[in-house]
Design a protein around this ligand. Structure first.
Ligand SMILES: Cc1cc2nc3c(=O)[nH]c(=O)nc-3n(C[C@H](O)[C@H](O)[C@H](O)COP(=O)(O)O)c2cc1C
Length: 400
């Protein structure tokens, strides 16, 4: 199966290492960053959601109107709207983008952040609500007759939408979370299940938990798996590790100076210990060790308090590509990546890492098809991790 690459659609140039240079919604930068992804081999970008950040839906509509190919993953929190309203927003956006939309449903991992927009439910209840919400949205996308809904969280009567998605039968539903309630809800409803980058062993456990939940929900096909990292690449291993240490130094300095944005999108504040299992897992993994597998490095996660996608993959493009292929071999086929200088790093990763991964995945897929024709099982090939010797390329956009 071809691999897909998901980047980030930030609305300004700020990151954990860098203060933003303009407004929170910097229209020019939003477009420049998205265009950098489109022009450098990425498939899709994530428009994240935070209580105080610019609304991602109109930002996504703006990008869809300006760019022709880049696909959109729109983060959406069920607590902020009624599902009938949201389903029409999504269908309209799928029309605007000509069928390039997927929706990432966010349950919310932090009570305080949820409370900022009036959400008073506890986390497990929120997951139950998300599940009901997703089912309603799917039904509205695919039902041309008016219907009633009598659920635990939503009740409405005689609703039918007059706008439908371009994609048939419907856009993909993406989902994230690492608690048992998350696996149960996402395992039942998601087309794509998103994980934050962890070592191979822990990722294998999470994939199995998702598949088990999907089986328990009676699904024949489990969700596709997405894993997210913060790659730090440079032309040599030595330069990459220097850059990694500079990066974590900059994160710590900004935190000490109190200049890191206090309310991150996942609601983790400076001092508070995270409530969401995903972040707790990242902190525990970082406490147990700095380096895992081929290139995973945890100090970036430790320095941010396990704030979302925060584990780094450090090395040359070849090393990072091989590390990503290790995840592909586990059954991950959507790779999400974001640097610390969002635009330059998207360009570097797109130029030097994406082609290597795509090339190797194409070889693996061809070998698997060949093996299937000769009667061997597909797993024999996907599980194998051939070492490749792609020629080193020179990074041109790497900054000091
Ligand atoms: C790839 C990915 C992207 C996410 N994006 C957002 C986001 O934009 N905003 C947000 O509030 N939460 C985001 N989350 C958080 C989750 O959707 C979820 O609410 C949280 O992790 C639940 O915690 P749990 O691990 O305890 O189940 C994201 C999670 C993942 C895995």
């Amino acid at each position: 199966m071809p691999v897909e690459f998901l980047g980030i659609a930030a609305t300004n140039d700020g990151s954990e290492t860098t203060a933003r240079s303009g407004a929170s919604f910097d229209k020019e930068y939003t477009l420049r960053l998205a265009r950098a992804h489109e022009e450098h081999g990425w498939d899709r970008v994530l428009f994240a959601y935070g209580s105080g950040t610019p609304d991602p839906a109109p930002a996504a509509a703006y990008i869809a109107g300006k760019l022709d190919r880049l696909q959109i993953l729109l983060a959406h929190r069920p607590n902020v709207s009624y599902p009938t309203f949201a389903a029409k927003t999504f269908a309209t956006l799928d029309q605007i983008s000509g069928g390039r939309l997927a929706v990432h449903f966010i349950t919310g991992g932090n009570d305080h952040e949820q409370g900022r927009e009036g959400d008073v439910l506890g986390k497990d209840e929120r997951y139950a609500r998300t599940r009901e919400y997703i089912r309603i949205v799917k039904k509205i996308w695919t039902t041309h007759e008016a219907f009633d809904h009598e659920g635990e969280h939503y009740r409405f009567h005689d609703f039918v939408s007059d706008v439908f998605p371009v994609q048939q039968p419907r856009p993909n539903v993406s989902f994230g979370g690492s608690s048992p309630a998350a696996y149960a809800a996402g395992g039942a409803e998601a087309d794509i299940y998103c994980l934050w980058g962890e070592p191979l062993e822990q990722t294998t456990q999470q994939i199995e938990a998702v598949r088990e939940a999907a089986r328990a929900a009676g699904r024949a096909e489990p969700p596709r798996i997405q894993v997210a990292f913060r790659p730090i690449i440079a032309p040599t291993e030595e330069l990459a590790w220097e850059k990694a240490h500079r990066t974590v130094g900059a994160i710590r300095e900004r935190r000490l100076a109190g200049t890191v944005q206090r309310h991150r999108s996942n609601g983790v504040t400076e001092a508070a210990a995270p409530q969401n299992t995903g972040s707790q897992r990242l902190i525990a993994i970082a406490e147990a060790g700095e380096r895992y597998d081929r290139a995973l490095w945890t100090p970036t996660a430790a320095a941010t308090g396990g704030a979302g996608n925060s584990n780094a993959l450090v090395g040359t493009p070849e090393t990072v590509a091989q590390a990503l292929l290790d995840y592909y071999d586990l059954g991950v086929d959507i790779l999400s990546a974001r640097g610390y200088d969002l635009r330059d790093d998207a360009i570097d990763f797109g130029r030097y890492v994406i082609p290597l991964v795509r090339e190797e995945v194409a070889k693996r897929d061809a070998a698997r098809e060949g093996a299937a024709r000769e009667g061997a099982g597909p797993d024999t090939v996907r599980g194998a991790r051939p070492e490749t010797g792609s020629p080193r390329q020179t990074l041109t956009a790497v900054r000091g």
